[in-house]
Each structure stands twice: as C-alpha cells, then as structure tokens.
Design a protein around this ligand. Structure first.
Ligand code: GLC
Length: 420
C-alpha cells in the first residue's frame, strides 16, 4: 500500500519558488510576456532568497495540520533549486545555496513527508523545442529556431536531473511531474508522453524510489491524479475503480508569487474545499508562493495560521478520514474515520439538522471543537407541518438539536459516534 500515508494525511502544502518569484507577476510570466532568455536573465542575476527559511516553512506546514510538502525543484522556466551537475542554471550558481537540500532536511526534522514537483517542460534549455506553449512561439521563424534543437539531448538532461533528485536526497515520498500537452495548437506541436520518454522516466522513478508516489502528468497513468483549481463533485472513479486523487489549489489563482493579485480565497472557503475533498476520498494540496526573498507572504501566513487553528480542533475529521457511505443533509458534507462520522456544516440551520437514514445508528453526538454533547431525537414520520410543529421527516431520520448561535469556528463540525 504505497499510498497509505498519503490517503491518511489528506492535507499537504505546495510551494512554488523560483526566479519568477522575484518577477512577482505569475510563474508563467516568461511565457505570458514572451520574454527572451536575456529579458529573464535579470531575475537570475538578482536571485537573493535571504528569507527562504526551510525550517520556518516546515513548521508553518505542520502547524496548519499538513502531513507533507511539495516543492518545485524546477518549474517551466528551467531554474533548478538544487546543486545540479548538468547545468549552471541553478540556485548554487545563483546564490550559493542548495535549496532542495535545506528543504528536505527541514521537512525530515519536522517529521513531514517529502514531495518534489518537477517540470518536464524547460523554456531555458537550448534543446527543448519551441512548441505552442513556449515563450518563443510567436517568433517569426519557429522552424529556424528549432533547427538545432535536439529533444534526444533534452530527454537525457531531463532524466539526468530526475536521477540527481532521486539519488542525492534520501528517500523521497512523492513526485509531481508537470505536464503533458500532446495536441497541436496554432500550427505548432505540443508535447506528449514520448517527448519525455514517460515510460522510461516512470521506470527510473520506480527503480530509484520504489516507495515514491508519482502523479499522472507524464501523460501515462501512475499512482494518483491531480485535479487543478477545481473541486470534483464525487469520489473519482475510472473503469469502476476508485482513483487516488489530490486537488491542487492556489490561494489566489497564481502558483508563483503574484504581488498585485488580490483574488485571495477566504479561509472558510479553503477549509470547506479541504473537507469537501476528504468527503470524496481526496486530498488537498494548498499552494503558497514565497516572495522574491523567499519569505511566505503575510497574507498566506495569516491564512495558514487560521487554518491551523481550525485543524488543531478538527484534525480528527480530516486526517485519516475519508468518504462516508451516507447521503449528507443539504447543509454540508460528511467525512468518516472508523466509527466516527463528521458532519461539516457549510451553512448554519435554525435549531435542527435532519440526518436521513441515521436513526438508530448513532450512539452519541457532540460538537468537535469543544466536545459539547448535542441532543438528538428521531423524527415521527406521521407528523405533519402545523402551526408550530416542524414537518415530519421521513422514516429513519435522526434529528440533531443545535443552538441558535453558530459556534465561533471557521467551520462547525458535529461528531457522531456510530453504533457497531
Ligand atoms: C500547471 C501550471 C503551473 C503549476 C501547476 C500546478 O499546469 O503550469 O504553473 O505549477 O500546474 O499544478
């Protein structure tokens, strides 16, 4: 069961950090603005992550209740955050630090699982052909640009860098490859699994790190799937079998530090997204984009602190929990861990919440945040709605009685102990 730790953890931190963090206007800036290597070079020359503190990052993740962290070892820009022997477009050349080493050591010190994100795209490498996704796609003569480029050499480089990452840093728990776009567009080619030698790359992962989980973005199936910036609406299945999945989500729509972007998601939405994922047997990987100096932006710190406060009281409804085989009431979603069923109340009803099919199945009900007992009753289906009598609920409904005042937590959770 390679993915057991992953299924249990449910909540992880994504960290996008690179030269684009200093550009501070989206990690795709080079592509969006069609910057040349020379244009982009200034971010390399001035790369100065003096506030990149891997220990602080690991502690922040742990405080937020996350079980693992995933760092961009290299994003599409091609800049390596580790001491690669295969290029000098790396953090050791730029600032004398192997940030991947610092990161791995810090995570292990906090007992967190270690994840890498690695882009198979590389806009810096001279052998990576210009495709419709490339910053140079709009140049007058793309064919001429591609004339000397040799994807065989690029593939050797890609595999070589992955080998470095999987041999130089001890056991790695998780690898998020990004990404494959096999279709053509605007008269230009995309890149598919064969461009990466996806089979060979996955085989390399299996041989070097047999316990490591690998995602499916090489364009071939592997261990888990990664819905990006949206929430599924039911547990994900393929050919009648459940898929292991993880929704990756941003704080504000960008992955890299995007200074002027104010689309920050409110904390209550982020917490709902987390429990919504767990209710469908999925994980949530929540991203932060450290700023140009490597510090976690204050707005992200504040959100993580608030999530952490909630997680401290509600951890049991998330970590080790998953989908429950009951239809939830209209006010929220269920998660389940062993004999505990958790009702996450997205909206706060007046006085009661009615739980279909749970009459006789619950021995105890309480709020999770303060452990306070909640009265329950079984509805009488023969009752009819009358002046001051609530409408009779269907046979088998369990009614939980609630205070009028909504508890002062980001998301109230009712814990129901199930009879065996
Ligand atoms: C993408 C984007 C990207 C981001 C990633 C995270 O496909 O290219 O910038 O790193 O997904 O899932």
């Amino acid at each position: 069961m390679r993915q057991q730790w992953f299924d249990e953890a449910r909540f992880g931190m994504f960290v996008h950090f690179g030269l684009y963090s200093a550009a501070a206007r989206h990690e795709w800036v080079q592509n969006y603005e069609r910057l040349t290597d020379e244009d982009y070079r200034q971010y390399f020359e001035h790369f100065d992550p003096d506030r990149f503190d891997a220990g602080a990052l690991a502690r922040q993740a742990k405080r937020a209740g996350m079980g693992y962290v995933v760092l961009t070892t290299k994003h599409h820009e091609g800049f390596a955050l580790w001491d690669t022997a295969l290029s000098d477009f790396d953090s050791v050349t730029a600032c004398g630090r192997d940030l991947v080493r610092e990161y791995v050591d810090a995570l292990r010190a906090e007992g967190l699982r270690v994840g890498f994100y690695h882009s198979v795209i590389d806009w810096h490498h001279p052998d990576f052909t210009v495709d419709w996704n490339h910053p140079r796609r709009g140049d007058a003569d793309v064919a001429a640009l591609n004339a000397g480029r040799d994807m065989d050499r690029y593939r050797a480089f890609l595999h070589g860098q992955v080998r470095e990452l999987l041999t130089g840093y001890g056991p790695i728990d998780y690898l998020f490859f990004d990404f494959t776009y096999p279709h053509d567009r605007d008269g230009l080619a995309g890149k598919g699994p064969e461009d990466w030698d996806a089979e060979g790359l996955l085989a390399l992962c299996r041989s070097l790190q047999p316990q490591m989980l690998v995602n499916d973005r090489l364009g071939i199936p592997a261990d888990f799937v990664t819905p990006e910036q949206y929430q599924p609406t039911s547990p994900l299945m393929r050919d009648g079998r459940p898929l292991v999945w993880e929704a990756c989500q941003t704080m504000n729509g960008a992955w890299g530090y995007d200074r002027d972007n104010d689309d920050q998601k409110p904390v209550d939405l982020l917490v709902r997204m987390l429990v919504d994922s767990v209710s469908m047997d999925g994980n949530m990987l929540l991203n932060i984009g450290p700023d140009g100096r490597g510090a976690i932006a204050p707005r992200d710190c504040a959100a993580l602190d608030e999530i952490g406060e909630w997680m401290q009281l509600h951890r049991d409804a998330v970590v080790g929990a998953g989908h429950a085989p009951f239809a939830p009431p209209r006010e929220g979603v269920y998660t389940q861990r062993g004999d505990r069923l958790y009702l996450h109340l997205f909206t706060w009803p007046l006085g009661f919440v009615h739980l279909a099919g749970l009459a006789g199945k619950v021995t105890y009900a309480r709020f999770l945040h303060d452990g306070s007992w909640l009265r329950t009753s079984v509805a009488d289906p023969d009752q009819v709605a009358d002046l001051m009598t609530p409408e009779g609920e269907p046979e088998g409904t369990l009614t939980v009685h609630l205070p009028v005042a909504r508890p002062d937590v980001v998301l109230p959770v009712i814990e129901l102990t199930l009879a065996d």
